[in-house]
Design a protein around this ligand. Sequence first.
Ligand SMILES: Nc1ncnc2c1ncn2[C@@H]1O[C@H](COP(=O)(O)OP(=O)(O)OP(=O)(O)O)[C@@H](O)[C@H]1O
Length: 271
Amino acid sequence: MNTAIEVHGLTKQYGNHIVLKNLNFTVYEGEIFALLGVNGAGKTTTLECIEGLKKADGGQIRINGKMGIQLQSASLPERIQAREAVSLFAYWNQTEPDPGLLETMGIQEFAKKQYVQLSTGQKRRLHLALALIGNPDILILDEPTAGLDVEGRIVLHEQIRQLKAQGKTMVLASHDMAEVESLCDRIGILIEGKLAFVGTVAQLNEKVGKQYNISIRSEAGVAQFATEDIAETLLTLLAQYKAEGKGISDIHVDRGSLEQHFISMTRGEKG
Ligand SMILES: Nc1ncnc2c1ncn2[C@@H]1O[C@H](COP(=O)(O)OP(=O)(O)OP(=O)(O)O)[C@@H](O)[C@H]1O
């Protein structure tokens, strides 16, 4: 496997606060690699060191290929139209705007709108399109779906999958375990500036167990259950609620918070 990014002994501190502590990881060509961590774990700082926007205090970063960076929100002038931003980025990249790219990213539908008038989802799509203008080999995406509704996330996930199918390498930051599980090939988990785990989703599941949390709201209040077999547990619970005549008003299933996985990882326990 060819290497797209190699990070060796990366350290970074702000004053006395060491935020990245000797990070070592490799991103291979064509894969989606996620940096997963809670707020403040060091994800953005790591990405910015890779992007060259922040200077590392120690270590080496090797990049093999052309890199595209997805902008953060509110990075463009408020009054610039989406199509003007595209033209500007194309000019900087000494190329022409690619109508196919604009079509795929769904930019045409809001091409004449000013940046300030765009929804969060439209801004993200525009940022992704701008990152793609120079036809990079490697894409860096910092929390690409933050603030998006379910539909917006599904659309963006699909676009990210299409980019992978085209052979792009992607590194993304996220604090959403479920997103990372469905999208990424490998994960690096950052805990307080240290990489606590690097490996595939399957390897992570082996390590922390594949536990799901189920919350059921009914007249009797909210009850919570943990299981490794959602289908079986849900069927049993639904039958039980029905038999007891308890009307269900909401059901929520999740993969457990990152914090739960971190705690179990550091304790070496399951769940
Ligand atoms: N310019 C800065 N000056 C001082 N401290 C900073 C600066 N930028 C980030 N930090 C600190 O570095 C740590 C890591 O921040 P970073 O933004 O990399 O985390 P993150 O994992 O991306 O968090 P989030 O999910 O909230 O974006 C935090 O404690 C943060 O307060």
